[in-house]
Design a binder for this molecule. Structure first.
Ligand code: IVH
Length: 664
């Protein structure tokens, strides 16, 4: 037993070290494959020997608090903001003011101002015990369960010399690469895009599902220590030692003595920051010595010993030539400004999003207006205002269209949404083509047909909906330009192969609004067949994890439409898969990863053993008795009263068979 414990300890230490090297230093020392193998080994050992459970083990980052509302916690020290400036003159003023009031030598620490969500982490005896958002500065949300999933935040400190109790503050960030991928996925799924990585990080931290948070790959930088017994008098020195405890501290930190050095730092990072993997929006200057900080003091809003210099968001002025209204695959209308080409932070900008009707009206936009275009955190340039003074001739006023630019159908606007859409889903050309493009996509049916092919088939009258694809014959294609026997055969073969695509991907391929890959998987696991899904009620739909009001209504609307029902009948007749395959039913998932269950009572849908098997196959753990570590009690008929009492006392969630099956 003792050597098992040691083995577990060694694995945990090793994995912590690799985590640190990978996530904090960005210098991996072993292959992903080797890492995964070791993590799995540890996971299995821990499952086999639950007596060595440790909530701080690297296997326990994704914990167990699904659907728990955030608790508000008061900050030990209020989280103030910083005074901001865009002017170099005010930086000089800050320096002179400080010099005058201290009347002695001082050091200024220059740092990057990270543009994310601020967080306060509390460590007790080297363990992360709490993570709180800024909130209103006095009280914030306890988001510990979510923050634990961020790999660059140590659960357990390394090294030595840390106080028994201290707080460290910093920023939670979504790296650009993760943000861009997330938005691409959301766009494919017809979901609204996050405007910038900060919003995406904030939205992610507020999710009620730590496993989902973990999948979003957030990162962190920490920049401020607080506590009674910090090791050093200087802020800079405290940051340096915190680095040795395993925190991710930026390397872009410099101790300066003169204003020249400060401006050199500002100028260097003003351009160099564009090469960083995360968003920054300025430089923070802090007086290093904590005695001097105390001397300078605080105003009610911010410290007098620090100031933020903000970078100008890059913007340019250019003329609005025209506005297009684009129709997306789900019918959403997006207004897009066509601009006189202008150079802006490294690229030529010709088009910019105008978002929606409300924004167009707020700007009182006219053709020929000189607009301000910005490329701040956003991927798509946006118009942030217009220069009314330079409006010489007033062109035509931009009015949001009332009818679909493609098919003429009157547009509709949902009560709680800013966007208009064309409801003529079945007959509106860009929607049809968009739907078909989505249907054939790699993550959907993976059929050999690109945008041009679809355009060609559409023009030839071969396709008017996704089902028509399966009616296409080799002879039809060979009549078209550019097609040869070989390419036609390839296409027909890929159609045939698509009949093997599993149900969840078929469901995703249908292009139901808000039904992305993950949602499709959840629906398929919950309802198993298309008939089951089509007859599901609103309540049954929202009982499925991650499915809320918006998705449920979209699914109901889709199946209420008779033409969609006919479409599905047709697709069925071609042999597409609309049921969960037996092999998939037998398959394993990790939806219950990290969840511990106790089964009690007798059941009617499946046997007790079947439930045990299901829990294990889906990554969960079975245990015999209820303890604080239990996440769920799966209760059947006649559950023992002692067990019931214990579960209630420990506030453990008690679920029945249906609820359990819905989790899968
Ligand atoms: S120090 C009392 N350092 O900027 C001083 N803040 O407007 C505490 N921020 O809410 C903050 N990078 O979220 C500090 N290197 C940095 C920072 C930084 C970004 C954020 C932080 C704070 C806001 C202040």
């Amino acid at each position: 037993m003792e050597n098992i414990r040691q083995k577990i300890e060694v694995l945990r230490k090793e994995i912590e070290k690799w985590n640190y090297q990978y996530y904090v230093l960005s210098q991996p020392t072993i292959s992903d494959f080797e890492y995964d193998r070791k993590l799995k080994e540890l996971d299995e050992l821990e499952a086999q020997y639950p007596e060595f459970y440790d909530p701080y083990s690297p296997t326990q980052r994704v914990g167990s608090d699904i659907n728990k509302n955030f608790v508000q916690v008061e900050h030990e020290y209020p989280m103030l903001s910083l005074s901001n400036t865009y002017s170099e003159g005010e930086i000089t003023d800050f320096y002179t003011r400080t010099k005058k009031s201290l009347n002695e030598d001082f050091e200024i620490v220059c740092e990057l101002k990270y543009d994310g969500v601020s967080i306060s982490l509390t460590y007790e005896n080297g363990l992360l015990i709490r993570a709180i958002t800024r909130g209103d500065g006095i009280r914030g949300d306890d988001v510990t369960a979510n923050v634990r999933t961020i790999n660059s935040i140590p659960l357990k400190l390394q090294g030595s010399g840390y106080p028994n109790l201290f707080e460290i503050r910093g920023e939670i960030l979504m790296p650009w690469a993760v943000f861009n991928r997330l938005n691409e996925d959301r766009s494919e799924e017809g979901e609204t895009l996050f405007a910038n990585p900060r919003n995406a990080a904030a939205g992610t931290l507020k999710l009620q599902n730590p496993a989902l948070v973990a999948s979003r790959k957030l990162d962190s930088y920490l920049y401020y220590l607080l506590g009674e017994n910090l090791p050093y008098e200087g802020h800079y020195e405290n940051l340096e030692i915190a680095r040795t405890w395993g925190f991710k501290i930026s390397n872009a930190v410099k101790k300066c003595r003169t204003l020249d050095e400060v401006f050199a730092f500002i100028n260097y990072w003003n351009t160099e920051r564009k090469n960083l993997p995360v968003a920054t929006d300025g430089i923070v200057l802090k007086i290093n010595s904590s005695k001097q900080q105390l001397n300078l003091g605080w105003t009610s809003k911010s410290p007098r010993w620090a100031i933020a210099y903000k970078f100008q968001a890059e913007s340019a002025e250019t003329r609005l030539n025209s506005v297009d209204f684009q129709v997306g695959r789900t019918g959403t209308i997006t207004p897009v400004a066509n601009l006189e080409p202008v150079f802006l932070s490294g690229t030529i900008v010709k088009r910019a999003s105008l978002h929606n009707e409300d924004i167009i009206n707020t700007f009182d936009l006219h053709i020929g207006d000189i607009c301000y275009v910005e490329k701040g955190g956003e991927i798509i340039p946006k118009i942030t205002g217009i220069n009314k003074e330079s409006r010489l001739l007033i062109g035509e006023k931009i009015k949001f269209i009332k009818n679909c630019p493609a098919c003429g159908t009157p547009l509709v606007r949902e009560p709680n949404e800013a966007a208009y859409y064309c409801p003529n889903h079945a007959h509106c050309e860009p929607q049809i083509k968009g739907m078909i493009e989505h249907f054939v996509g790699r993550k959907a049916m993976n059929i050999n047909a690109g945008t041009e092919t679809i355009e060609q088939f559409y023009q030839a009258g071969l396709i008017r909906n996704i089902a028509d694809l399966y009616e296409i014959k080799t002879e039809d294609i060979l009549k078209l330009e550019r097609w040869r026997e070989k390419s036609a055969a390839n296409f027909i073969e890929s159609l045939k192969e698509s009949l093997q695509v599993p149900f969840d991907r078929v469901l995703y391929a249908l292009g139901i609004r808000f039904v992305g890959e993950t949602v499709a998987k959840r629906l398929v696991n919950a309802f198993h067949t298309i008939e089951g899904l089509m007859s599901a009620s609103y309540d049954q739909l929202i009982a499925v994890e991650e499915i809320g009001d918006r998705i449920a209504n979209s699914i109901l609307a889709y199946f209420t439409d008779e033409s969609n029902r006919q479409l599905i009948e047709k697709l069925k007749s071609y042999g597409l898969r609309f049921t969960l395959g037996n092999e998939a039913l037998a398959g394993r998932t990790n939806v219950l990863q990290g969840q511990t269950f106790v089964i009690s009572g007798t059941f009617s849908i499946h046997s007790r053993d079947k439930y045990k098997e299901l829990i294990e196959k889906n990554g969960g753990k079975n245990t015999g008795s209820i303890s604080a570590k239990t996440n769920f009690v799966l209760a059947g008929e006649n559950m023992g009263s002692a067990k019931l009492e214990k579960a209630q006392k420990l506030k453990i969630k008690i679920i029945n068979e249906e609820e359990f099956l819905a989790m899968l």
